[in-house]
Design a binder for this molecule. Sequence first.
Ligand SMILES: CC(C)(COP(=O)(O)OP(=O)(O)OC[C@H]1O[C@@H](n2cnc3c(N)ncnc32)[C@H](O)[C@@H]1OP(=O)(O)O)[C@@H](O)C(=O)NCCC(=O)NCCS
Length: 164
Amino acid sequence: MEERIRIVRMTGDSPHVATLAAWTHDAWGHLHPGRDVETAIELLRGECGPAGVPSVFAALAGNTPVGTASLVSDDMSDRLDLTPWLASVFVLPAWRGRGIASRLVQRVEEEARTQGHGHFYLYTPDQQPLYRRLGWRDLEERVYRGEAVTIMCREFAIPNTPAG
Ligand SMILES: CC(C)(COP(=O)(O)OP(=O)(O)OC[C@H]1O[C@@H](n2cnc3c(N)ncnc32)[C@H](O)[C@@H]1OP(=O)(O)O)[C@@H](O)C(=O)NCCC(=O)NCCS
């Protein structure tokens, strides 16, 4: 049951980081030719910040990681004008369809929003309906690294800082 799932911030020394990096390297390593899994693990450790950008989260069932999502400053090499990004959303196949990715996305959204980011981006080839349900809107269709993708945007109302 999904109520047993905890969404937890990863620190660089967590034993789970290597597991999460192996999943995302398997899923998206082809987008980074020449990057081996050891390099992917070290890069992910470097993204395990204490708050804000960058941050890495895991969904844990007991103490077993079953999903992950990250908040990073850039995720599309030729769109450095857009920042920050929701990246590396992944749930193990046996745990899909229970709302775990939705909870991970909402946790990363909360992190971006509370750090004062009014706009927040992602790109996806095929998961647009999931993100639309969570309040994201389509921003741009494009081909990126040989794949047709949609850049999507989530906007937050950031409260004005009281004067004085
Ligand atoms: C895409 C992915 C992250 C979704 O993970 P997930 O945990 O299954 O996502 P959710 O459960 O939050 O939502 C998925 C579906 O379950 C449904 N769902 C959500 N909560 C549910 C619940 N409590 N009970 C039953 N179904 C639920 C959602 O409505 C959604 O329906 P859909 O199949 O029509 O889209 C996962 O399939 C994955 O890791 N895929 C490979 C990597 C990938 O494509 N990542 C996204 C890159 S942009």
